[in-house]
Design a protein around this ligand. Sequence first.
Ligand SMILES: [Zn+2]
Ligand SMILES: [Zn+2]
Length: 253
Amino acid sequence: MNDWFTIDKIDANTYVISEYHHLEETHCYLLNGNERSLLIDTGVGISNIYDEVINLTDKPVTAVATHIHWDHIGGHKYFSDFYVHSAEMDWLNCKFPLPLETVKEMVVDHCALPDDFDINNYELFQGVPTMVLTDKNIIDIGGRQIEVLHTPGHSPGHCCFYEQDRGWLYSGNLIYQGCLDAFYPSTDPLAFMRSLEKVKALAPRKIFPAHHQLDIPASLVEEVSDAFQSLYRQGKLKQGNGVFNFGEFQIHI
Ligand SMILES: [Zn+2]
Ligand SMILES: [Zn+2]
C-alpha cells in the first residue's frame, strides 16, 4: 500500500514524484540516463521514496538535493550515493541551523500522515556525500548532462539543475508558484535576487519547481526576478519586511 506519492511521466526518461498529502507539495524528479539515474530531491521522508524509484529505473541511482532542508532530503537515507553542495555540507554533519523539534513540527503540520508513520522516529538525515558539488559541475548520467547552478538565497548552498540541450531547469525553491521564503537567518534576499538574474540569463524553456503547481510558465523566472528587483529598487528587500504579494507568488523576507 502506498498512495503517499503521485507519479507523473514527463517524458520516456523523466518522472516527477510528488507528495500532495503534505502542505509543502514537494516534487522530486527522476532523470534516467543510459548509465545511471539522477534523483533531484528525495522528499519529506514520511514515506519510502526508494520503493517508488526502483519501479521507474533499473540503473544505479545518485541522489542530489536542491538544498539541505528537511523536505528535500527526507529520503536521502535510502541512497548511499548522494552529492551535496559545499556550502551545506556541514548541515549534514550536526550543524543544521534548526532544532530537530522545530523540524518535527513542520513535518506533521497540515499533513495527513500515513497510519504507519511515527514522528517519534523521525530524524534529520545526516551523512557523508560521495561528491561535493560546486557551481558549473556537470553530472553526466549517460547521454544526458545536468549542470549544477549554485543559486544561493533560500539557503547558502541552494542549487538549481539545468539540462542545457533541452532548456529544462529544475528550480528547487528559487522559483515556484507560492510563497518564496527568504526571511529566516540562513537565507539571503540579495543573493536570492542575484541567483534569479543568473537563471533568467539562461532563458530556460521549461521550469520544474520543487513545490506546488507543476505546470508553470517559463516566464515565471522573469516575473519573480522582476519582483525581487522592484523590491530592491524601492529599498524594501530587507529581512523583517514581511510578505509581499505578487499574485501567483509571494516573497517573504
Ligand atoms: Zn527550503
Ligand atoms: Zn522546499
